[in-house]
Design a protein around this ligand. Sequence first.
Ligand code: AMP
Ligand code: MG
Length: 346
Amino acid sequence: METKVWIVDNLKNLSLSYPQIAQAAAKLRENEVVAFPTETVYGLGANARSDLAVGKIYEAKGRPSDNPLIVHIATKEQLHEIAADVPDYVEKLIDVLWPGPITFVLPKKSGLSDRVTAGLDTVAVRMPDHPLALALIKEANLPIAAPSANLSGKPSPTRAAHVFDDLNGRISGIMDGGATGVGVESTVLDCTQQIPVILRPGGVTQEQLESLIGKVEMDQALIEEGHTPKSPGMKYTHYAPIAPLTIVEGSLSFFQKTIDAARREGKKVGVLATKENADSYHADAVLVCGSREDMQTVAAGLYDVLREFDAAGVDCIYSESFSNKGVGQAVMNRLLKAAGHQIVKE
Ligand code: AMP
Ligand code: MG
């Protein structure tokens, strides 16, 4: 299959009459799959009402079929077309946080492909905060199922080139709207109970949610190992670069000793470093991922850097560790998964 690339710049003055948007939307209406940017990462979109279209997403990504997809919408009316029993606290959160990086899990209404929800009776819904995503969904006039537009298991794509590397020849098209901003995926919030539960930490933090609606719980599986996550997708290995990744907790001198030990074994060592510490490491590839003083910059750069290690051809990667505060929670969640929970401590 030929993968068409539509480049869209001038996002600030985006016009719905852009032929790129019309062409990509037409593909979606024909039940083809198209990648598009959101504010978090690139999504791989398809008509959420069609088994055929949704099946193509799983096939292109090699995604396990028991891992449900998030449905992306462009208007609040669409929420009530696909989800039932929307609690008042969700309405409150939507007013402040949508469009934005938060996904609500709610009882589903009929009409969606069962493959979107992997047979569950709930649906995950979000309105992305990206002009191109919103324009495309409006033009297609459909709810759009869209997981991240990477091959399953690889880091999520934050640039169109990442999507191209993974999915060229496997999907109908890619809308290129430049690099995404948030860098980690949306927060997934289970809203089927009185007190909502975070199933996946992401772009909106627990602190933000609690300041708006009071108590918000965290899925136990996110806090301690040994619990089965409530969100099916959280059990899979994710985001992994080719070389094994280990998180290092300790002083800079302990970090360097860890690097030196691997190099003595003849390994080419990569380091995932922050701006503040990058100059302190002696290794084969030191890649800078944001600043410790602004965790949002670490989130924004994380997947890009994980992919760059593949190109650097290192044998192993050591990463700095971060606190679980704010968006640091999402960063550590992704890093731990990328590392298969391998940590060395001083
Ligand atoms: P991705 O589309 O790759 O960003 O992943 C979507 C995440 O949302 C995965 O972790 C899914 O397991 C989760 N998810 C989607 N739908 C549901 C649902 N109905 N209930 C619980 N988790 C869901
Ligand atoms: Mg994903």
